[in-house]
Design a protein around this ligand. Sequence first.
Ligand code: FES
Length: 147
Amino acid sequence: MGRVADFRNGDRKIIDVNGRSVGVFRIDDEFYALRNRCPHQFGPLCVGTLAPRVISDGPGDVRIDPGPPLLACPWHGWEYDIATGQSFMGPGRGNLSARSYDVTVMPGSELAGPGAGRPRPDGRVPGPYIAETVPVSVEDDYVVVEC
Ligand code: FES
């Protein structure tokens, strides 16, 4: 998790999420998160180079796809769709996709306080006891990686 204001367009941050190294990328106003571990030989995928996808309908027709870029692993250059983690190398060799994570932008006010405005992932039902709380104000939006 991090503040949206800390990510300029094109920025990436490698963060620890529950013991996993995850790369979080901002491309325009979209955020993407991939595990920082290349499925090929476990290289540090998220420090690799981003490049736009080149598309063509035939000879003489070369265009830049306006969609999310590809991320190339720094070790051997395998490329992955930054949005899905899909690899475009090694077809027929099983699942070689990088792990991708959902990223949402939430108001900081929803991340603070009991319940945090979101359903509990473990399905627990709140009990009758409530500890004393202290008001907290959060002003900025934050990038949240769902693992
Ligand atoms: S370890 Fe990433 S391409 Fe080989």
